[in-house]
Design a protein around this ligand. Structure first.
Ligand code: DX5
Ligand code: ZN
Length: 210
């Protein structure tokens, strides 16, 4: 299982130390960018994301929770950006996927708990990552919505059937038991915020998730 700690729950005053504390055992750093419109919260913008990229060895997994991703994609095109993920519920998401691939990054598409896999089926062949939200996007520390497991199973089935390349990532409500459920359903990557950052021994939590 690949693990991406979500920096949203970190202490931003001590960003460098926080980043160092989750490097060992992790595969990516998950970076949530919110605009206060697509979700009812604001996190930080590209300037802070750039600093995160400079302070860690981990490649960045950028999750754009914004209404107009086309305005932001080029601004988060950093040397260590690996994935840029946009939401299937935002404006011009198909064009956004093309833009991400055009600038040479891996493209992800995310679905909120109320969006079905059926809606994104036509785009699956182009994707490097499909992100299934385990909670309503916007805040860390919520409980995993069990009905999302069926979507992971469906995405794993389609991936196998058509030979697609995408990672199946799950974000929100991840702890050691929900990560196991996601793994059994076919997920290849998990994002975890509070489970890692609200615990002193972060390495132990990362290894538990792996
Ligand atoms: C929620 C964000 C998540 C969040 C996860 O909208 O996309 O990345 O940080 O936090 P936890 O792991 O606490 O649910
Ligand atoms: Zn996220």
């Amino acid at each position: 299982m690949k693990v991406a700690p979500s920096i949203l729950t970190a202490n931003f005053v001590r960003l460098e130390d926080e980043l160092k504390s989750v490097e060992k055992g992790s595969d990516y750093i998950h970076v949530d960018i919110m605009d206060g419109h697509f979700v009812p919260n604001i996190s930080f913008g590209p300037a802070i994301a750039a600093q995160i990229g400079e302070l860690t060895k981990l490649p960045m997994d950028i999750h754009l929770m914004v209404e107009y991703p086309l305005n932001w994609i080029d601004k988060v095109n950093f040397p260590t950006t690996e994935f840029i993920t946009v939401h299937a519920e935002c404006h011009r998401f198909a064009e956004s996927i093309r833009r991400i691939l055009y600038i040479g990054k891996k493209a992800g598409l995310c679905i909120k708990p109320s969006t079905d896999v059926e809606f994104i089926k036509p785009y699956l062949a182009q994707l490097d990552l499909v992100l299934v939200m385990g909670v309503e996007p916007g805040y860390g520390g919520q409980m995993f919505i069990q009905s999302q497991l069926k979507k992971i199973e469906e995405l794993a089935r389609l991936k196998e059937e058509f030979g697609y390349r995408y990672e199946i990532e799950v974000d929100g409500g991840i702890n050691v038991s929900t990560a196991k459920q996601c793994k059994d359903a076919g997920a290849t990557m998990v994002v975890a915020g509070t489970y890692i950052f609200n615990y002193e021994d972060r390495e132990e939590r990362i290894l538990a998730l792996k």
